[in-house]
Structures are given as structure tokens and as C-alpha cells.
Design a protein around this ligand. Structure first.
Ligand code: ADP
Length: 667
């Protein structure tokens, strides 16, 4: 067995942080690599050393095998862990790492190659006696052959890219008339996404579950499985919430699936962590593919087995034997993992970007948070918008589920749209609670059916908390100004509403995102006890903030916190959150008339169309130009009737956030 003393992690975000945690626990020094967009990212902050490997786009940094290997050699690392995604299933990279005299913490390159193509791996599995979904995975790729086999299999069929991943290049075809278009469309998509147009055709199992088996091999010929994970909760073939063990699994079926998975691994002389994915329909299971890496959802297996899979990987990569034999592994309790993303489920899961001005997680017992982001960090356009994985472990499924719900409810995020409410909605849905779902369940649901928006209208408590925070922040800002001035005791720096004769009060105007038309006024009068008398909608209450994230209103203490960014306040209380904006009626009146000036890019993107010429007079609302950002089109419209005095961009320009695009003069 060789010793790994220094490990380079060829990845970013939560996986890089996850791998580093196990390396550190084993006394192994860690090296991070980073792109310019990640110069101050969490994985860089947590590593012992960090090496810049290129600009923001992954193709110019994290996917540059040469740069990664050079960084390992330069820092004296002995091994490279590829994480998942990026170079993790790239056989040439595994070869290049070995050729540079370094250890690749992953399977042999030949095993990656053998399993890399869905069709070749199916042919191999057929030989090894692993059950397959009925289908075609042959070499003939002309539309006529593919159509003929599809008809023979019987509709519905699934047309799938052989090189596919992440649910891309997949089409369900329900009738003959749609076949030709689907085949040709999938070919184009496969060619553009994976550089390989080859397709395979499978029987589409409409109501199956996705059950996968974690396998592990060592270089001494031992292979074990660490039971199954159920990843049926998917949206558009992408996993959302995973759990282990699979609900309703019998010992007999588990043994059969485990044996099939181990056979699959043995068929390619597998070494390291791998996952054999199956579709389960009733008691019948069918191989779909093998992933030759650690999976995103590995923590649920760690939770129920009590094992650290990254520690296993490092041991096996160094030539060691598996730490446990099959009969020494057992399942303890139940675990869930929910993937928290910066995305908008109401807009087709559109990825979101932004600075996470507020980010706190639940620290209840049995909750594990794997993240690559801290409060204040930015979710950028360059990478997968995952914020964190929320993993829970309980004595049984019901216990784990209630921990999941509590952990999600206790998560507070502000700064960009996320799928947090969506996850909460799912975790409380009767069908999910009773485990009566299949891989198509979520896509068949209409979003409002889950009732997942937890933004609620402002009530007295949230208005009071928001107003008290504003007063506190104003007080702090005034103290700073006073300290900087020559006369710190001058009454001009006071913000307590002090006035001659009157007791003094402050008026705080707040607009509720849910009902913007009727703003709220909170009038606050300071009391000698440090609290305030507040008048909200004619009601008078006594409120006081305490330092520990709670507020006392008329003697009742409630947990509440506030994230304040620019003029937006998000108030988190136990039963959800509300979003308020702070405004000054005097400014608002001025804003309505002042519509002149620059129209800026709301986010980084590409200008796709410019609809007007300089000098054009336009009506309010007229489309001036279109910006494509985050795979969506955004129209920049005229804010009033007026004249476009200058255009500062042209179609095709890549523009940064906040850059003036059009100079506008209202008439
Ligand atoms: P990818 O590599 O793109 O993730 P997979 O082959 O692993 O693709 O399939 C992803 C998901 O697509 C599965 O979990 C399942 O939900 C669905 N799927 C794949 N094959 C079939 C099939 N034959 N019938 C029904 N659903 C399928």
C-alpha cells in the first residue's frame, strides 16, 4: 500500500469541500484548484493550498486536464480526486493522471471506458447476465432501423443518447407518428451535447422507480455493495430528493439487486466507488447504466451504513483492501437527501444567480449539510447552481422524514430564488410521505398542487421585526458617521426621532411583495427600557429585539430573523417568510416622474436583438432590446414615452451586469 500525503481535488463547490473533509480527517494535506470566478470560493478557503487553473468558464478551467495535472505536480500532490461531474468519468484524464506518476482516486480507465457508453455497457451487462430494459443498443443508427426496432419493442419507447447524462438527449415517444422527429431531434441534441449522435431505444417504463446500488471494489478482487438508494423523485429525469433504503424493499429483492450490481462491477474489474442504476417495476428490475464515480447522493448511503465513502476511496486508491466485507455491512435507520438549488421551479427550474446575502441551515440532531457556499458568496452563471445538500438520518422513514421537513423549514436564504419551498412542498405531500411515487410523478404534477410557496403576507410580527431592524441599522450607521465626524455627541447624528417638545418618533414605510398596492406604515417611539411602542395599522404594541435572533412582542417571545439587502427585507419567522421593501414616500413620488437615464443590463448576458436605432421615439413599454441570460430571454423595455438618445451595445455583445445598454430621455 502506498501512502497518499497530499491530495489535489479536481473539482469545486460542495464536492470539493466534502472530499477535503475526509482527506483532512485522514491527515492528508489538500490542494484546491480554482477558476477566476471561484478565487474566493469556500473550497479554496478550506484547502491547505490552492492553484488557479484558468478563467470562469469550466471549459477553460475545471475541464482542462493539463492544467489540473500541472497544478498537482507543482504542489507535490501524490493523488487526484476528480469528485463528480467535470473530469470524473473521463478515461483519458484517468490515464493522463497515471502517466504523470500520480494516483487517480477512481476506477481504472478501462472500467470507465467500458461503462461510458450506455449501449456498450448494456451489451456487456447482457453478457454478465444482468437484466436489461427490453430495447435496442446496436450499432445500426439509420432512422429506418431505429424506427423498426421501436415499433417492435412497442410504444411507449424511450429514445436515449448513448453517451447521455443528466437526462439530456432523451425523448419519450408514445406513437408511431412522432417517432421520426424524435429520433432526428435526439440525434441532433446528442451530437451537440455529447459530440456523439448515437442513440439507443428502450421500452419506456412509465411507472417505474429508480433504485440504484452502491458498489465498491478494491484492487485485490473484493467487491461489495452498500445497499440501495431510491432516487425516484425526479424532475425531467434529474434527481431532486434521494433516500436510502428504498421504501418497500424486501430482503430477497435487495439480495438479488445487490448481486446483479456486484456482477456488473466484476464484469469490468471494477475498483473504487461506483453505482449501478436500475429501474424497478414491481419486483422486476432492469439495468440502465453504471456511473463510475462517487454520486451526488452518496451521503444517504453513508448515513445508513455509518461509513465514510471518500475514506474508502482513498484507502482503495492507495492499494488497500475494502475496510469491511459484505456480511459486516448493515443498514441502520433511514436517510434522505434534498438538493437545494438556486433555481425557480415556477419558471421551468430556470437557474438563478445572485449573492446569498443570508444563508443559515438547521443544526438539528441527525441533520448534515454538505455545501460549497457560505453566506455572502455568489451563485454565478458559470456552474451548476447547487447551494447545498440537506441530508437527514432517522430511526425509520417517518422519523427521517420529519427531520427532513424540520431541516428544510429551518433553512433561511435570501439573495436569490431557490427551490427550498418546492422541496418543503414535496416533503409534506401525501404521495411522497406514503412513498407512492415513481420517476414521472413530479413531472405529472401541476406546480401549485404542491402549494409550495411559503412567502406569506406580512403580519404584525413581521412588520414589527422589519421596522425594529431598520431602526437598529440606522442607529448603527449614525454611530459610525458620528465617530467619523469631529463631534460625536452632536444631536444631528441622532436617529431616534428626537424632536423638541414631542416625545419623538420614526415612521417606517414598508411595502409587502404580496400586496404592493397597500403599503404599511410602522410608527415607532423609543422607550426607556430599550424597546419601542409601535403603531401598526392602528394597533399599538410593545416590541423589543433581543440579540439572540428573537423578538418579544407584548411579552411573547418569537424566533425571527431578517435579511436586509438594499431596500429589500426578508423576514423569517417560524411559519415561513415574508418579503418587504423599504420605501420613502417622498422618493417614490420623485421616482415616478424621473424615468430618464441609463437602462442597464439586469444580469450578465448576451444581447441578441436591438429593436431600435438611436434617435427613435418610443412609447412606454416598447421593446428596445433583448438580452439572453441564464438560458432565458429578457426584454429591456422603454420605462416611459420618450427618445432613445444613444445605444451602447449591438446584437452579439456579451455584457456584464449593470452595464448601461441604452440611454433614454423621457418626453
Ligand atoms: P442520465 O445518464 O441522463 O441520467 P439515465 O439512463 O440514468 O440517464 O436515466 C435517467 C432517468 O431517466 C432515470 O432515472 C429514469 O427516471 C428515466 N429513464 C431512463 N430509462 C428509462 C426507461 N427505459 N423507462 C422509463 N424511464 C427511464
Amino acid at each position: 500500500m502506498v501512502a497518499i500525503r497530499k491530495l489535489l481535488i479536481a473539482n469545486r463547490g460542495e464536492i470539493a469541500c466534502r472530499v477535503m473533509a475526509s482527506a483532512k480527517a485522514a491527515g492528508i494535506a489538500t490542494v484546491a484548484v480554482y477558476s477566476d470566478a471561484d478565487a474566493n470560493a469556500r473550497h479554496v478557503r478550506h484547502a491547505d493550498e490552492a492553484v488557479r487553473i484558468g478563467p470562469g468558464p469550466a471549459a477553460e478551467s475545471y475541464l482542462k486536464a493539463d492544467a489540473v495535472i500541472a497544478a498537482a505536480l507543482e504542489t507535490g500532490a501524490d493523488a487526484i480526486h476528480p469528485g463528480y461531474g467535470f473530469l470524473s468519468e473521463n478515461a483519458d484524464f484517468a490515464d493522463a493522471v497515471a502517466a504523470a506518476g500520480l494516483i487517480f482516486v477512481g476506477p481504472p480507465a478501462d472500467a470507465i471506458r467500458a461503462m461510458g457508453s450506455k449501449s456498450a455497457s448494456k451489451a456487456l451487462m447482457e453478457k454478465a447476465g444482468v437484466p436489461l430494459v427490453p430495447g435496442y443498443h446496436g450499432a445500426k443508427q439509420d432512422t429506418a432501423t431505429l424506427s423498426k426496432v421501436a415499433e417492435k419493442i412497442g410504444f411507449p419507447v424511450l429514445v436515449k443518447a448513448s453517451a447521455g447524462g443528466g437526462g439530456k438527449g432523451m425523448r419519450v415517444v408514445r406513437k408511431k407518428a412522432d417517432l421520426k422527429d424524435a429520433i432526428e431531434g435526439a440525434k441532433r441534441e446528442a451530437k451537440s451535447s455529447f459530440g456523439d449522435p448515437r442513440l439507443m431505444i428502450e421500452k419506456y417504463l412509465a411507472k417505474a422507480r429508480h433504485v440504484e446500488v452502491q458498489v465498491f471494489g478494491d484492487s485485490h478482487g473484493n467487491v461489495v455493495h452498500l445497499f440501495e438508494r431510491d432516487c425516484s423523485l425526479q424532475r425531467r429525469h434529474q434527481k431532486v430528493i434521494e433516500e436510502a433504503p428504498a421504501p418497500g424493499m424486501t430482503p430477497k429483492l435487495r439480495a438479488a439487486m445487490g448481486e446483479a450490481a456486484v456482477n456488473a462491477a466484476r464484469a469490468v474489474d471494477y475498483v473504487g466507488a461506483g453505482t449501478v442504476e436500475f429501474l424497478l417495476a414491481g419486483k422486476d428490475f432492469y439495468f440502465i447504466e453504471m456511473n463510475t464515480r462517487l454520486q451526488v447522493e452518496h451521503p444517504v448511503t453513508e448515513a445508513i451504513t455509518g461509513q465514510d465513502l471518500v475514506a474508502w476511496q482513498l484507502r482503495v486508491a492507495a492499494g488497500g483492501t475494502l475496510p469491511l466485507a459484505q456480511d459486516e455491512l448493515a443498514i441502520d435507520g433511514h436517510a434522505f437527501e434534498a438538493r437545494l438549488y438556486a433555481e425557480d421551479p415556477d419558471k421551468g427550474y430556470l437557474p438563478q444567480t445572485g449573492t446569498l446575502s443570508h444563508l443559515t441551515f438547521s443544526h438539528l440532531p441527525g441533520v448534515r449539510i454538505d455545501t460549497g457556499i457560505d453566506q455572502g458568496d455568489v451563485v454565478s452563471v458559470h456552474y451548476d447552481p447547487m447551494i447545498a445538500k440537506i441530508i437527514v438520518h432517522g430511526a425509520d422513514r417517518a422519523d427521517a422524514l420529519s427531520r427532513l421537513q424540520a431541516a428544510l423549514a429551518g433553512t433561511e436564504i435570501a439573495g436569490c430564488e431557490t427551490n427550498l419551498d418546492f422541496l418543503l412542498g414535496i416533503s409534506a405531500d401525501e404521495k411522497f410521505v406514503s412513498a407512492k411515487i415513481d420517476t414521472g410523478w413530479l413531472d405529472r404534477m401541476k406546480p401549485p398542487a404542491l402549494g409550495w410557496r411559503r412567502v406569506r403576507p406580512a403580519d404584525e410580527t413581521s412588520l414589527a421585526v422589519a421596522a425594529l431592524n431598520v431602526i437598529r441599522e440606522r442607529g448603527i450607521a449614525a454611530c459610525r458617521r458620528a465617530e467619523r465626524s469631529g463631534d460625536p455627541y452632536s444631536p444631528w447624528f441622532r436617529t431616534d426621532g428626537w424632536r423638541l417638545i414631542d416625545r419623538g418618533h420614526q415612521d417606517i414605510f414598508l411595502r409587502d411583495m404580496i400586496d404592493e398596492a397597500s403599503p404599511h406604515l410602522v410608527t415607532a417611539k423609543a422607550r426607556k427600557d430599550g424597546g419601542y411602542d409601535l403603531t401598526i395599522g392602528g394597533e399599538r404594541i410593545h416590541a423589543q429585539l433581543s440579540g439572540d435572533g428573537s423578538v418579544v412582542i407584548d411579552g411573547v417571545r418569537t424566533t425571527a430573523s431578517v435579511a436586509h439587502l438594499d431596500d429589500k427585507l426578508t423576514v423569517f419567522t417560524e411559519d415561513g417568510r415574508c418579503i418587504l421593501s423599504l420605501f420613502d414616500p417622498a422618493d417614490a413620488a420623485a421616482d415616478e416622474t424621473d424615468t430618464s437615464g441609463d437602462l442597464t443590463a439586469p444580469m450578465p448576458g448576451k444581447v441578441t436583438h436591438v429593436h431600435v436605432k438611436a434617435g427613435a421615439s418610443v412609447k412606454r413599454g416598447a421593446s428596445l432590446l433583448v438580452l439572453e441570460a441564464m438560458k432565458m430571454e429578457h426584454t429591456i423595455a422603454a420605462p416611459a414615452d420618450g427618445t432613445v438618445t444613444e445605444i451602447r451595445c449591438k446584437a452579439g455583445d456579451q455584457v456584464e451586469d449593470g452595464v448601461p445598454l441604452v440611454i433614454f430621455e423621457p418626453s
